[in-house]
Design a protein around this ligand. Structure first.
Ligand SMILES: Nc1nc2c([nH]c(=O)n2[C@H]2C[C@H](O)[C@@H](COP(=O)(O)OP(=O)(O)OP(=O)(O)O)O2)c(=O)[nH]1
Length: 141
């Protein structure tokens, strides 16, 4: 019988999209709630891509569900992979802008507009760090 170890080759692959919602020089950060995995860590709102969805469709759906608002999805920022104990998260982030509504708290512990230059003050989910680093490097002056 073949046995499998827990290396990234055998881990569940989880395709996730995150919205870098921009308003002026601030970005919306969301803190994961107590009932969520990675509880207490900060992330970009979004979630898992469902079968037959494009990343853009998944992002618009997640923002409607999670923040009760409508956004337009713009440029791709980063795609990063991070191996958590529950699986390999492949996170793609996109620059987004609100077109209707104001983000409302539903399932997160907190949402906050944060100046790009202060993004490093939050405790981000590990998969998000490359995107955060890039935002601060390119837009945090
Ligand atoms: N939405 C989102 N998820 C992220 C980010 N960074 C990161 O590691 N993740 C992880 C957390 C989750 O394991 C997964 C996204 O799933 P999800 O947003 O649908 O979370 P969920 O509450 O349904 O997940 P779960 O607690 O049921 O495992 O990707 C991020 O910036 N945004």
């Amino acid at each position: 019988m073949t046995s499998y170890d827990s290396s990234s080759q055998t881990k569940k692959r989880i395709n996730v999209v995150g919205a870098v919602l921009v308003d002026g020089d601030t970005v919306l950060a969301a803190q994961r709630g107590a009932a969520m995995s990675l509880s207490g860590l900060w992330e970009f709102p979004g979630g898992k891509i469902e079968p037959n969805e494009t990343p853009q469709q998944a992002l618009r759906r997640e923002l409607e569900e999670e923040l009760l608002c409508t956004a337009e999805v713009g440029d791709h920022l980063e795609t990063t992979e991070y191996e958590y104990d529950f699986g390999l998260v492949i996170l793609s982030t996109y620059i987004c802008r609100l077109v209707e509504g104001t983000p409302e708290l539903t399932e997160h512990a907190e949402i906050r507009w944060v100046p790009v230059s202060e993004l490093h003050s939050l405790d981000w989910a590990p998969a998000d760090i490359p995107a955060v680093d890039r935002l601060v490097r390119e837009h945090g002056q």
